[in-house]
Ligand binder design. Sequence first.
Ligand code: URA
Length: 267
Amino acid sequence: MNLGSRSQVKSYVRQGLVTVNGALAKSPDRQVDELSDKIAFRGEPLCYKKFVYYMMNKPVGVVSATSDRAEHTVVSLLGKDAKEGIFPVGRLDKDTTGLLLLTDDGGLAHRLLAPRKHVDKTYRVTIAHILAEGDVRRLEEGLDIGEEKPTLPARVTLLEDTEILLTIQEGKFHQVKRMLQAVGNQVLALKRVSFGGLDLDETLRPGEYRELTEEELERLSGDAGVEMTTATEDRESRRRNGGTAPDSGQATEHAERKACRTGGNGR
Ligand code: URA
């Protein structure tokens, strides 16, 4: 449900463009229950979304931050969709391209980034020199990059002489560059192609973004260890709990979104 700013919404209500449960909304101050009330704008049912989730193909030259004095940020690329509270989930270096998730769902982001979750991140890496067998073994077994502990086991897929896929489970500062450096190599170009169960939509040109599909969000939530709940299960669970959601709301949020997509609660 994103009709615009608070004042825009008020103006739509005053113009008679909004209905609640089929009746014209008369006052902009009327309280609605986003879950049970059926709200429509110009006759079109609105879908309630508590959080937004965007997949971006990050371009080179933009920093993974919400704001920066000197540089363009990934959030500024969202333009009018840069709603308050939105931030990139993790960081890609300024010269790294590819899959970046942006959301205002702090709970999901926290879970995806928690070191104990070991969420896979796969990078397509252009390197300066052909990898020797021993280098591949060291990268895969885990190696010293100057941290307290060696890196966790990784996976290497050789694509071309100087082109590899590298899947890592952590997200240490400059990790891929430091891993390649540790085997005497050098990263010439770096692109993230997947994050957990999410693959970069290659139809997105650098700088473009789109909302995640429900399926993508479910896969990602699975990676973060969030149990999914159907809208019916959620309503039943709320009823048993005296109208309140059973946990902090993550599963409930997905149930609401799912209900939107399937029209499960009529919206
Ligand atoms: N590893 C790096 O070295 N840089 C990135 O941007 C991501 C992973």
